[in-house]
Design a protein around this ligand. Structure first.
Ligand SMILES: CC(C)(COP(=O)(O)OP(=O)(O)OC[C@H]1O[C@@H](n2cnc3c(N)ncnc32)[C@H](O)[C@@H]1OP(=O)(O)O)[C@@H](O)C(=O)NCCC(=O)NCCS
Length: 191
């Protein structure tokens, strides 16, 4: 799995990425967006292992990919796309059919320089052009204003607030939910 934009690429994680992943998630400026303390090094090892296990799934449902600079090869971020299990055919409403949840985290020294627009585009290519999904959604803590602004710039639409949909260490959190549909993507691409 390799998708390239003008300056960034999405690629599979490799065993040598542990330090790079630790550089992203070992920083509280990044993990507080998820309501989490910074990773220990062992958690960076586990993330890389989990990502590589996901890459071997058939059919694949977990896409946890590295974001690296094309010019230098340096890892600057991590994305995830978790495809919903496909419900069985039948007369019932098929909730989640052809949908996925996405997430994105950049190294703290790489935020606010506009990377999310290019990464959003690359995730759109993966989701809609390659995987044929119909809907991609993402949820954020209401306090994460930067993520909401970034995701709107990338073409996602705010759907509303899911009350107490998140739970961290005994505390319930509202989650602001955004989505982009295949139709939005086609309109953005002029098709
Ligand atoms: C969320 C994240 C991916 C955004 O990526 P990014 O490349 O930094 O985003 P961009 O630079 O394209 O845009 C950020 C926007 O938020 C704005 N912004 C940043 N901090 C802000 C704040 N406190 N209040 C209001 N707006 C803010 C910036 O000005 C910019 O908007 P602009 O282009 O109109 O000026 C990145 O900040 C990140 O990795 N954060 C930590 C992890 C995270 O929050 N992940 C999302 C949860 S899945």
């Amino acid at each position: 799995m390799l998708i390239e934009g003008s300056t960034l690429r999405l690629r599979e994680f490799e065993p040598g990425d542990v330090e790079g992943v630790f550089g992203i998630f070992g920083d509280s400026r990044t993990t507080r967006a998820f309501g989490m303390p910074p990773f220990r090094r062992s958690e960076a090892v586990a993330l890389v292992e989990e990502a590589r296990a996901g890459a071997g799934e058939i059919p694949r449902t977990h896409y946890r990919l590295g974001v690296s600079e094309i010019a230098t090869g340096r890892l600057i971020g991590s994305v995830k796309l978790i495809v919903a299990e496909q419900p069985e055919k039948g007369g019932m409403v098929r909730v989640g059919y052809r949908s996925a949840e996405m997430g994105l985290a950049l190294r703290a020294d790489q935020v606010n320089v506009g990377h999310s627009t290019e990464i959003g585009f690359l995730l759109g290519v993966l989701s809609f052009d390659w995987l044929g999904l119909h809907r991609v959604w993402a949820g954020f803590l209401p306090s994460n204003v930067a993520a909401q602004r970034a995701i709107e710039k990338a073409g996602m639409v705010r759907e509303g607030v899911l009350r107490h949909y998140g739970y961290v260490d005994g505390v319930w959190h509202d989650i602001v939910q955004y989505s982009i549909l295949e139709d939005d993507w086609k309109a953005m691409r002029g098709r």
